[in-house]
Design a binder for this molecule. Structure first.
Ligand SMILES: Cc1cc2nc3c(=O)[nH]c(=O)nc-3n(C[C@H](O)[C@H](O)[C@H](O)COP(=O)(O)O)c2cc1C
Length: 351
C-alpha cells in the first residue's frame, strides 16, 4: 500500500535546479476509470484532468505525474535560448481571499494555505537539451497520455512583433519535431509592442503570432495560454483574432499582485508576480464562462481549458459547467500529489 501522504513532491525551499535534478520515480497506483468520453483538442483522453505548464520541469516529472493519474502532461515552458531561474523564493505562500485582478500588497506567509506567488521568470535549458528530453519523454509516456509542450518567445532588444512570432514558431516547430502531441504558446508574457502589456492583451499581435505558429506546426493541436481578462469586449476581440489559428485557449495563467513581507517591505523588488492556487478559482471560472458564451455566440471551433485554483471534483465540475472541456491543476497537484487520484475516486463514485 502506498502512503499517499508521503508521496514525494516539489520542495519549494529548494532551488529550481535542485528540483530539476530530484525527480520522483513513477508510482504504481490503482486509478479508477472515469466514466464518459473525454477529448483534449480532438485527442481521446481517459479523463479531463491534466497538469498545466509549470510543475513538470522535465520528462521525469511528466512521467511521475502521469503515474499519479493526470492524462495531459504539459512540459514547463521552454525557450529558443537558455534562461536562468530567478532566485528563491520561487514559490511564496500568500494570505488572501479570492482575487479578481487589480489587488496589491498581499501578505506573505510562512505556511501554504492554498495560494502562492510564483516567481521563476520562465527558465529554460538549451533547445538541444529540451528537444532531446521531449523525445525521450514521449517514448516513455504510456499510450493514452498526452504530452503538451509549452513554449514562449524571448524578446531581444530591437525586435519587432514579427521577430517575436518567428521565435515562438521556431520553438513550436522544434516541439513538434521532438514528438509533442500538442503545442501551447504562453501569451502571458511581456509584449514587444507595449512595454507594460502582455501578448494576450494585444489582439492584433496575438493574431500574427498564432498564425505564424500555426504555419509552423501544421495541423498539430495548438493551445494559447492567456491571463486574466475582465472585460467582455477584450475577450471578444482576442477570440476574433485567434480563433482561426488555435484549437484551444487555456486560462487563467495567474492573477498578478505585489507581495509584502511581515516587516512591511516588498518582496520581488516591489514587482508583481503571478498568484496561483485557490485564490484564483472564482475569477478563472467566471472568465471561462464568459469566453464559453462568446465562443458559442460566434460559433467558433475552439475549446477552453480551465486552469486556476482547482483542487477537487467540485472545482473541476465548476469549470466543466462553465464550458471548459478539460481542467488542469498545478498548485494543488504540487502540494497534494494524490489530487488526481482523489478526483478520479470522487468521479467514479458518482457514476
Ligand atoms: C511552480 C509553477 C510554475 C509555473 N510555470 C509556468 C510556466 O512556465 N508557464 C506557464 O504558462 N505557466 C506557468 N505556471 C502557471 C500554471 O500553468 C497555472 O496557470 C497556474 O498555476 C494556475 O493554476 P493553479 O491554480 O492550479 O496553480 C506555473 C505555476 C506554478 C505553480
Amino acid at each position: 500500500m502506498i502512503d499517499l501522504q508521503a508521496l514525494p513532491r516539489y520542495d519549494r525551499h529548494q532551488s529550481y535546479e535542485w528540483n530539476y535534478e530530484h525527480v520522483p520515480e513513477p508510482v504504481s497506483l490503482e486509478l479508477p476509470n472515469v466514466a464518459g468520453e473525454w477529448r483534449f483538442c480532438g485527442l481521446p483522453v481517459p479523463s479531463p484532468l491534466g497538469v498545466p505548464a509549470g510543475p513538470l520541469l522535465n520528462g521525469g516529472w511528466c512521467l511521475y505525474y502521469a503515474s499519479l493519474g493526470f492524462d495531459v502532461l504539459t512540459y514547463k515552458t521552454v525557450r529558443s535560448r537558455t534562461r536562468a531561474c530567478y532566485d528563491l523564493p520561487n514559490l511564496q505562500p500568500v494570505d488572501c481571499g479570492h482575487l479578481f485582478g487589480g489587488e496589491a500588497d498581499l501578505p506573505a506567509t510562512e505556511t501554504m494555505a492554498g495560494s502562492w506567488a510564483v516567481s521563476y521568470g520562465m527558465p529554460s535549458r538549451e533547445p538541444d537539451d529540451w528537444r532531446a528530453d521531449i523525445e525521450w519523454t514521449r517514448r516513455q509516456l504510456p499510450a493514452g497520455k498526452i504530452l503538451s509542450v509549452s513554449v514562449v518567445g524571448t524578446v531581444q532588444e530591437g525586435w519587432t512583433i514579427e521577430d517575436l512570432g518567428a521565435d515562438y514558431a521556431q520553438c513550436a516547430r522544434w516541439a513538434k519535431e521532438s514528438g509533442a502531441d500538442c503545442v501551447e504558446t504562453n501569451f502571458s508574457c511581456p509584449n514587444v509592442s507595449t512595454c507594460d502589456g502582455q501578448l494576450f492583451q494585444q489582439p492584433a499581435d496575438s493574431q500574427l503570432v498564432t498564425q505564424m505558429v500555426r504555419d509552423a506546426i501544421g495541423d498539430l493541436p495548438y493551445i494559447a495560454k492567456i491571463g486574466r481578462i475582465q472585460q467582455r469586449e477584450d475577450a471578444e476581440a482576442l477570440l476574433a483574432a485567434v480563433h482561426e489559428s488555435v484549437d484551444a485557449l487555456a486560462m487563467t495563467n495567474s492573477i498578478a499582485s505585489t507581495v509584502v513581507k511581515p516587516d512591511g517591505g516588498h518582496l520581488f523588488d516591489g514587482e508583481r508576480r503571478g498568484i496561483c492556487g485557490a485564490a484564483t478559482l472564482e475569477a478563472s471560472v467566471k472568465q471561462t464562462a464568459m469566453l464559453a458564451d462568446l465562443v458559442e455566440n460566434n460559433q467558433y471551433q475552439l475549446e477552453l481549458i480551465g486552469v486556476g485554483g482547482a483542487s477537487c471534483w467540485t472545482d473541476v465540475q465548476s469549470y466543466l459547467q462553465a464550458g471548459a472541456k478539460a481542467v488542469h491543476i498545478a498548485t494543488a497537484a504540487m502540494t497534494t500529489p494524490s489530487t488526481a487520484l482523489e478526483i478520479r475516486q470522487q468521479m467514479a463514485t458518482e457514476n
